[in-house]
Structures are given as structure tokens and as C-alpha cells.
Ligand binder design. Structure first.
Ligand SMILES: NC(=O)c1ccc[n+]([C@@H]2O[C@H](COP(=O)([O-])OP(=O)(O)OC[C@H]3O[C@@H](n4cnc5c(N)ncnc54)[C@H](OP(=O)(O)O)[C@@H]3O)[C@@H](O)[C@H]2O)c1
Length: 193
């Protein structure tokens, strides 16, 4: 049984992925978010809800105790958040991190110039990549609500393919990564439909 800490659990993709974990695995989840009253516990036998900001290292480290995997689904000023996650994972001896970033952070999208709006995603990825964690950074295209699970992966250094990706595809991939400590470890993956 895998224990997964979901940071930014009220985010769009995290809310989509939580039922994938509950329906397809026996994982235990800790949903970590600011203003926890926004989220109803979907299964109190398997889910714990923790109110906290990722930048509050004391609360973050307490939530990390006993976990196997950290799945970070964050936005905004991502570089200090990535720093806090890496430091807290070191302090609590955790290794496995799945971190949601964005397509375009390496200027890898054919025909598109790098845009400074991606600086937080680029800088946070750089912090994670120089750590010794077993990270998988996901660089998805634009999220869609298409029903299917159908995605392709590109490695860092390869041109990104496509443009969109379904939330279903991303949730499917996140669950697979969380349940396998070595799958795409120390990789930054473009994910598109
Ligand atoms: N939407 C797309 O098409 C798309 C495409 C490619 C990449 N992405 C990227 O994928 C990531 C996830 O997307 P999403 O749509 O799920 O994002 P989202 O709905 O904006 O969720 C991000 C979550 O991060 C939380 N957060 C931000 N700072 C925090 C902090 N200091 N401590 C704790 N929580 C914090 C927010 O909490 P609050 O609710 O408390 O503000 C929010 O719930 C984002 O980085 C996004 O830029 C999105």
C-alpha cells in the first residue's frame, strides 16, 4: 500500500487525479491544501486532509512523515515552493517526487518562443533537477476534458509533440508514476495527446 501526499490538492488536476487513486489503487492519500474547508473528504478511511501552505516547512515536514510519494500540483511562485519541497523531503528522507510543470520550459515546443510567463515553471524544474531526488517532472500540454486516455511522452532534449492533453491521460500517468518508484525516475517528460 502506497502513501501519497498530494500538495495543492484543490488544484484542477489534483482534484481530477484523487478519484483515480481511490478507484484504481489501494493507496492512502494525504490531501494538503490551503483553506482545507473547501475540500470534502471523499473517503475518510483512506484519505487525510491537512491544511497548510507549502512554504510553511514545519507543517509540510509533518505531513511528509511516513509518506512514500509526494505529488506536487502547484501554481504561482513555484521556485520557492520547489525549494521548500526538496528541503523538506531531504529532512524527512523521502525520495520520490512527481512535480507538475508545463510544456515550453526548455523552449522545446516547435514554432514557439520561450515565454517569460513560464519562468516559475522553469526555475522550479531547475531546482528539482539538481536535487538527488527520484523526481519525475511532467510538462503537460493544455488540459482538456476529452474522455479518453491517450498520450505520448517526449524526453527532455526532444521536441514537444502536439498541444493538448486530457486530464484523464495525466491522471492515469500520475497514478502509474506514484505506484512505481523507478518509472521515469530522474526524468522530465513532455506529455501530450
Ligand atoms: N491548465 C492547463 O492547461 C495547464 C497546462 C500546462 C501546465 N499547467 C500547469 O499545471 C499545474 C497544475 O495545474 P492546475 O490547473 O491543477 O493548477 P491550479 O488549479 O491552479 O492548482 C494549483 C494549486 O496550487 C495551490 N498552491 C499555490 N501555491 C501554494 C502554496 N504556497 N501552498 C499550497 N498550495 C499552493 C493552489 O492553492 P489555492 O487553491 O489555495 O490557491 C492551487 O489549488 C500548474 O502549475 C499549471 O500552470 C496547466
Amino acid at each position: 500500500m502506497t502513501r501519497v501526499l498530494i500538495l495543492g490538492a484543490n488544484g484542477q488536476l489534483a482534484r481530477h487525479t484523487t478519484p483515480f487513486f481511490l478507484d484504481r489503487t489501494d493507496a492512502r492519500l494525504t490531501l494538503y491544501l490551503r483553506r482545507a474547508s473547501r475540500l470534502k473528504n471523499p473517503d475518510p478511511r483512506r484519505v487525510t486532509i491537512v491544511e497548510g501552505d507549502v512554504l510553511d516547512s514545519k507543517t509540510l515536514m509533518a505531513a511528509m512523515q511516513g509518506q512514500d510519494v509526494v505529488y506536487a500540483n502547484l501554481a504561482g511562485d513555484l521556485a520557492p515552493q520547489a525549494r521548500a519541497i526538496v528541503d523538506s523531503m531531504h529532512a524527512t528522507s523521502l525520495k520520490r517526487l512527481i512535480f507538475i510543470s508545463s510544456m515550453g520550459i526548455y523552449g522545446e515546443v516547435p514554432g514557439e518562443k520561450y515565454r517569460s510567463v513560464l519562468d516559475p515553471h522553469r526555475d522550479s524544474a531547475a531546482i528539482i533537477e539538481v536535487s538527488d531526488l527520484d523526481y519525475t517532472i511532467l510538462r503537460p500540454g493544455w488540459f482538456t476534458r476529452a474522455p479518453g486516455i491517450d498520450y505520448r511522452i517526449t524526453q527532455k532534449g526532444e521536441p514537444f509533440q502536439g498541444h493538448d492533453v486530457s486530464l484523464n491521460s495525466l491522471s492515469d500517468l500520475i497514478v502509474k508514476l506514484a505506484l512505481s518508484p523507478t518509472l521515469h525516475a530522474r526524468a522530465s517528460l513532455g506529455v501530450s495527446g
